[in-house]
Design a protein around this ligand. Sequence first.
Ligand SMILES: Nc1ncnc2c1ncn2[C@@H]1O[C@H](COP(=O)(O)OP(=O)(O)OP(=O)(O)O)[C@@H](O)[C@H]1O
Ligand SMILES: [Mg+2]
Length: 364
Amino acid sequence: MNVRLMFSIRVEPLFTTRPYIHPLIHKSAPIGAFFVSYNAPRYTANIMVSESSSVPALEIIGLKKTYAGTKKKPGTEALKGVSLTVPQGEFFAFLGPNGAGKTSLISIVSGLATKNEGQVQIHGISIDEHPDHAKAFIGLVPQELNFNIFEKVIDIVLDQAGYYGITRAEALPHAEQVLKDLSLWEKRNDMAQHLSGGMKRRLLIARALVHKPRVLLLDEPTAGVDVELRRGMWDFLRELNAAGTTIILTTHYLEEAEQLCRRVAIINQGEIVKEGSVKGLLSSLNTATLLVDTKDPLKLADMELLRGYPITKMDDTTLEVKLEHKQSANDAFRKISSIGIEIMNVRNTGSRLEEVFVNLTEKK
Ligand SMILES: Nc1ncnc2c1ncn2[C@@H]1O[C@H](COP(=O)(O)OP(=O)(O)OP(=O)(O)O)[C@@H](O)[C@H]1O
Ligand SMILES: [Mg+2]
C-alpha cells in the first residue's frame, strides 16, 4: 500500500542557533514514520519522514495549563485537561466565550506558551521531543498583531521564511503568490503601519503561509474585519483547505464556524464541553425558527386564521415560524399561502449554532 509522505530535512550547522527546516518533496512509500540521523564533522542532518495520511494533524491528550499567580492573586487554570484529535484535511473550529482558553491552547500547540501537563503531537511529532520538526508543520495566525509595523510587507513575509531556513530567493515565488491571493501584492513595499486593519490581518495570514505549512492555526482571524472582507477570507481559507491544508481556527462568530467548518469543539472555562460535526450539533437542536417576509401588510383577520399554528406576527410584514425537531416547514408555509398571504422571503433567525453554544455555556 502506498501513501503520500512528507519529507523534511533538517540540517543544523554546529555553533548556530537557528535550525534549518525545509519542507522538500512528496513521494510514495510504505506506511511508517522514522527518523534517520546523519552525522558529518560539521553538520547534523536529521531526515524526518512522517506518514501523512492516517496520522492526525493534531493530537492533544490531557492538556493542562495554569498561569502563575502572585502573592495577592491565585494562578489561573486556563486549560483543565483538554483532549482532542483533529484528522488531516479537517476544517476545525474552537468556539468559546472570552477567557475560555482558546488562545492558551493555540499558543501551546504552536510553541509560544508552555504547558503544565499533557501531550501534543503535530503530524505525529511530539512538541516536547522534536519541537522544531513539529513547528515546521504549523503556520500560526495569532490573535494579536505581532509584526514590526515599521517593516515592509514583503520583508515581514520573507523574514518569516528565514526562520524555517528558506532563503529570501527561494521564498519569493510563493510569497508573491500568497500576497497576490490575499490582495496584498500591490502593498508589498509599503510599511506595515500604513496598512488598514483588515490588510494587517491578511498580512498575518500571508506570513503564516510562507513556509507552506500543512496545518494552519488561526486565532480569531476575522475579529474586527468587515463583512465583505470576512467573506473574502472565508473563500481563501476554503480554497486552502480544499488544496489539502488542515485548518484549525478559533472564533467568536458562530456563523463563521457554521459556514466554514466540518467539526467544532465548544470550549468553556478550560474544558471541551462538546465536540462533533457541525451538522450533528445542529441536529441536536429541538427547534428551528424562521422569519417569513410577506408582500402585503398583515391583517388582524390573517392572524385569526393562523391561530393554532406555530406562527406569530413580528411586525406588519414579518411572521415568525417556530418548528419543533424534525417538523416540516411545508405545513406552515402551505397554511400561510392558503389564506392568501404572499411570501416574499424566508430567513433564518441567525446562527443556529448559537443556540447550541448558549445552551452549553450557560449551563456552567
Ligand atoms: N499570560 C497570561 N497570564 C495570566 N493569565 C492568562 C494569560 N493569558 C491568558 N490568561 C488567562 O487564562 C484564561 C484563558 O485565556 P485565553 O486567552 O486562553 O482565552 P480565550 O479563549 O483565548 O479568550 P478570548 O476569546 O478573549 O481571546 C483567562 O482567564 C485569562 O485571563
Ligand atoms: Mg483568545
